[in-house]
Design a protein around this ligand. Structure first.
Ligand code: NAP
Length: 227
């Protein structure tokens, strides 16, 4: 049976991803930093719970011991850091968001890659965002002209570079970034225009990718590459 771990899976897109991977027949670990919220989510779905705070080395190391074997890792946990414009953004704002959105995935990858290397079909999905696309940001007619929040956007751009570099380093693994699109969750106080089912679609597609599928890509819901 394929074993999957999703970080930040106690709610939102991570929870929906867990639900759909269970429906696809996976054994799923709900990674959550809060034990009550994590266990409750796992019980609701018939998943396993593992405490995992992506900002904490000891919790990630303990999660590796608990999980033991892994085929699919979904780096989903993320924070927005709020709507901070370019003239307000401080180094401390950056550090706080990068700690979860960039150093978090690095911490989790570093700890779990030895387990993934033992899998026959290892897969990593990094949950990014369209606002992390350099191409779309540089386009004067691009969709994000009004939403100029460099802290969060640059954290997802950094995550996308990690996708490229790790994919090059681990050719036996399928490692991709995906953009779920603007989805109604606590993340945006439910202003998102998509349902979690719609948002999780692309995460599921790249979590279930076959061994001859693409790696090192950055895809939106429509399957377009959006670097
Ligand atoms: P959400 O509902 O706020 O869920 C975020 C999840 O991440 C929660 O489970 C949260 O746990 C967890 N988390 C935060 N910090 C963590 C940490 N240090 N360690 C472990 N877990 C942590 O947000 P969402 O919309 O589902 O977002 C999921 C991912 O999609 C994020 O990476 C986000 O950037 C990305 N994304 C979202 C949208 C959108 O429109 N919603 C669009 C593009 C990309 P707690 O409950 O403990 O806080």
């Amino acid at each position: 049976m394929t074993t999957s771990l999703i970080t930040g899976a106690n709610k939102g897109l991570g929870f929906e991803t867990a639900r759909q991977l269970i429906a696809a027949g996976h054994r799923v670990w709900i990674g959550a930093r809060n034990p009550d919220r994590g266990q409750q989510a796992a019980d609701q779905l018939g998943a396993e719970f593992v405490r995992l705070d992506v900002t904490d080395d000891a919790s990630v190391a303990a999660a590796v011991e608990n999980v033991g074997a892994l085929d699919v890792l979904v780096n989903n946990a993320g924070i927005s850091g709020g709507r901070i414009g370019p003239s307000e953004a401080t180094a401390d704002d950056m550090r706080a968001v990068y700690e979860t959105n960039v150093f978090g995935p690095v911490r989790v990858l570093h700890a779990f890659i030895p387990l993934l290397e033992k899998s026959e079909v290892p897969v990593i999905v990094n949950v990014s965002s369209g606002v992390g696309s350099l191409g779309l940001a540089a386009d004067p007619d691009g969709p994000w002209r009004e939403a100029n929040y460099p802290v969060y956007a640059s954290s997802k751009a950094a995550l996308n570079m990690l996708t490229i570099r790790y994919a090059a380093a681990f050719p036996s693994m399928r490692i991709n970034s995906v953009d779920p699109g603007f989805t109604a969750t606590d993340f945006n106080r439910h202003r998102g225009t998509q349902t979690v089912e719609e948002g999780a679609e692309v995460i599921i597609r790249y979590a279930l990718i076959p061994p001859d599928g693409p790696t090192g890509g950055f895809f939106d819901r429509n399957g377009a590459e959006i670097w």
